[in-house]
Design a protein around this ligand. Structure first.
Ligand code: NAD
Length: 475
């Protein structure tokens, strides 16, 4: 049920029981005067929004402003890091709750929000949502000189090759520190980027005033880093996957909600026009009944933490396969059944137990079904997603997408070169805009419970030989 903010509410008034009733009559409940709102920015307080459900249109969300920062909530109860907070309604109105004095009452201020951002925070947080195309409201374009302070945690391959260059080149994000458990990696990057380095994430969070951290650590280290950031009220841009298991994904999601921080999982395909074009072409192939996806490469399956199920949470499914699972969830939604076979036998001379190769069969009650081939041990590197319908097919390969008719003749095509190098910068900029409420966070922790469920279903199916319904895992 939507929150109803009366159109002629006084611009500044003491939060009387009448006003409180107007909010609680909808779905939000403003705390009693003075109750629960702390006086220092770093302390947390509680504001309950009992009726709010993520993704339900017409429901309310809460944003919290503090020292110029704004934190969207993800359901109730929410923890605020603030002196003041804003209840925002789908109609584009908001009511701000302030604590002006140490003992003083809370007050509300109603104001109309700019149209471009009014509906943003209520958008469906759905893995099938199109980050660029599938949104109901126009994209917000309000300029902002706001600069963000960020630190890079994890200075391995992904951190050094993708995220650090994007951070260094960003016109609106300042790289203020770096962190890695390996002091040699820290020393190297410290001298290259001329920022202080830390070997412990808690020391980093205690020592620096940060808006967010970019996290690219091995899978087993991700949980502790994210929880530490959440405990410090620092937002997180996290390399995939969200977590090594469904339980861990749920724990991280709850921690982010409780802390009122944004977490966005980085998935570069969401920022590549070849991939964002897929839904448009898919709509033109009639009734889709089949898809096939494959993502293969030849790398050392025993390399570092990646070769260990215990450290990585699995092999090619949770690692490289996470990109394909995200894309299929985005395009087709949550499957109703998952059947999987996995193997860790391609390189018998090497020592590893994480699967190097997997085949997943996904099916939907709509009748759509398809397969996903994933492998770390099949050269050359290829990536294909093909969907077939009654009036043609869509074929997506690295760098190009085509729509074919039933005879296999290309009807239309789009090619994009050099898309990958720009993805880290695009994701960084998108996250900055999420923090400013200009863009939806379509890759938030809650949305990634679906990914974790599909990954978990695949491993459960491979172990049992049975089909598994991933929806039941998060019901
Ligand atoms: N999006 C992509 O295409 C893509 C590609 C590669 C890797 N990744 C992801 O990026 C992440 C990192 O992968 P990588 O290939 O860079 O791994 P890596 O092993 O090369 O680097 C990880 C770094 O994290 C450091 N580290 C370990 N524990 C830490 C901790 N507690 N605190 C701080 N630093 C710590 C390690 O010392 C290492 O330097 C993984 O989640 C991986 O799945 C994504």
């Amino acid at each position: 049920m939507p929150v109803i903010v009366p159109p002629h509410q006084p611009s500044q008034q003491t939060l009387t029981s009448d006003v409180r009733q107007q909010f609680s009559a909808g779905s939000a409940m403003v705390p009693e005067s003075g109750e629960g709102v702390t006086r220092t920015c770093r302390r947390r307080s509680q504001l309950r929004v009992p009726g709010w459900r993520p993704g339900r249109s017409g429901s309310a969300s809460v944003r919290v402003g503090c020292c110029g920062r704004s934190f969207p909530t993800r359901g109730a109860p929410v923890r605020l890091v603030t002196r003041n907070c804003t209840i925002r309604t789908p109609a584009g109105r908001s009511a701000t709750v302030n604590q002006h004095t140490r003992q003083g009452p809370l007050t509300t201020t109603e104001k109309r929000l700019p149209k471009t951002s009014g509906g943003m925070s209520n958008r469906l947080v759905d893995p099938t949502a199109n980050v660029l195309l599938g949104t109901a409201s126009p994209l917000a374009v309000s300029p902002s000189n706001r600069r963000f302070r960020a630190a890079m945690v994890g200075l391995g391959k992904q951190g050094r090759e993708d995220h650090l260059p994007a951070l260094a080149a960003s016109p609106s994000v300042d790289l203020v520190a770096v962190c890695d458990a390996d002091d040699k990696a820290v020393a190297l990057v410290e001298s290259e980027y001329h920022v202080p380095g830390y070997t412990n994430v808690v020391d980093l969070l205690d020592g620096e005033d940060l808006d967010f951290v970019v996290v690219a650590v091995p899978h087993h280290a991700g949980r502790d880093v994210v929880l530490a950031a959440a405990a410090h009220g620092v937002h997180v841009l996290k390399e995939k996957p969200l977590a090594t298991s469904l339980d861990e994904a749920q724990e991280i999601t709850e921690a982010c909600q409780a802390a009122g921080i944004e977490l966005m999982v980085t998935l570069q395909r969401r920022f590549n026009p070849v991939y964002t074009t897929f839904p448009q072409l898919y709509d033109q192939i009639g009734e889709p009944f089949l898809f096939e996806a494959s993502y293969t490469m030849a790398v050392d399956p025993s390399s570092g933490w990646r070769g260990s199920n215990r450290l990585a949470g699995g092999g090619c499914i949770i690692d490289m396969g996470y990109h394909i699972i995200d894309t299929l969830l985005w395009y087709f939604g949550m499957p109703d059944h998952v059947l999987a076979h996995t193997a860790a036998v391609a390189r018998p001379e090497l020592d590893y137990d994480a699967e190097d190769t997997a085949v997943l069969h996904l099916s939907y009650d709509s009748g759509l079904f398809g397969t996903v081939l994933l492998s770390r041990c099949i050269a050359p590197k290829t990536e294909v997603i093909r969907a077939i319908g009654t009036r043609g097919s869509v074929v997506l390969e690295r760098g190009r997408i085509r729509r074919l008719d039933n005879d296999g003749t290309a009807v239309e095509a789009l090619a994009r070169e050099n898309a990958w190098p720009s993805a880290a910068a695009a994701q960084l900029d998108h996250f900055r805009r999420v923090l400013m409420d200009q863009r939806p966070n379509v890759s938030g922790a809650e949305a990634h419970l679906a990914h974790a469920a599909v990954v978990t279903a695949a491993y459960a199916s491979a172990a049992s030989g049975q089909m598994v319904d991933p929806k039941e895992l998060i019901a």
